[in-house]
Design a protein around this ligand. Structure first.
Ligand SMILES: [Zn+2]
Length: 134
């Protein structure tokens, strides 16, 4: 069962993953999300309690479950972007609109939209739609 997350939690998952192999500490999270350290602390604590994030010696990273959730968010994001782009919405606008809802989408609905689109390999930004693990 996938945990419910907020938009800020979604943004945190995305920056943690896109930061790559750089070690991330609490102040990095605060900086990347443009929030104050106490807010970042609260956010990370919530993500830890949902088993999405782990903290070891002050280094914050996604759990395996968090990585899977990231993949699902990204697939939803890119699938919805394609629908919008094909409807004539420019890709920047599509991207900023889709960010507001991608993390709320149900995975099986996204699978249906994706296959209905003809299982496209890349999004309007040229990135793979289906992450390798899904
Ligand atoms: Zn996008």
């Amino acid at each position: 069962m996938r945990p419910e997350i907020t938009k800020k939690e979604r943004d945190c998952i995305v920056v943690l993953m896109e930061r790559g192999s750089f070690p991330v500490r609490l102040y990095n999270v605060a900086e990347m999300l443009n929030v104050k350290p106490p807010t970042a602390h609260e956010l990370i604590s919530r993500l830890i309690s949902k088993n999405i994030v782990q903290k070891s010696n002050g280094i914050i990273s996604l759990t395996d479950e968090g990585k899977l959730l990231y993949d699902e968010i990204i697939m939803a994001h890119r699938t919805l972007e394609i629908i919008m782009a094909r409807s004539g919405i420019n890709s920047e606008k599509a991207c900023s609109q889709v960010e507001k809802i991608d993390y709320l989408m149900d995975e099986s609905s996204i699978e249906k939209l994706f296959s209905n689109l003809g299982s496209p390999e890349i999004c309007p930004h040229g990135k793979p739609v289906r992450p390798p693990h899904l």
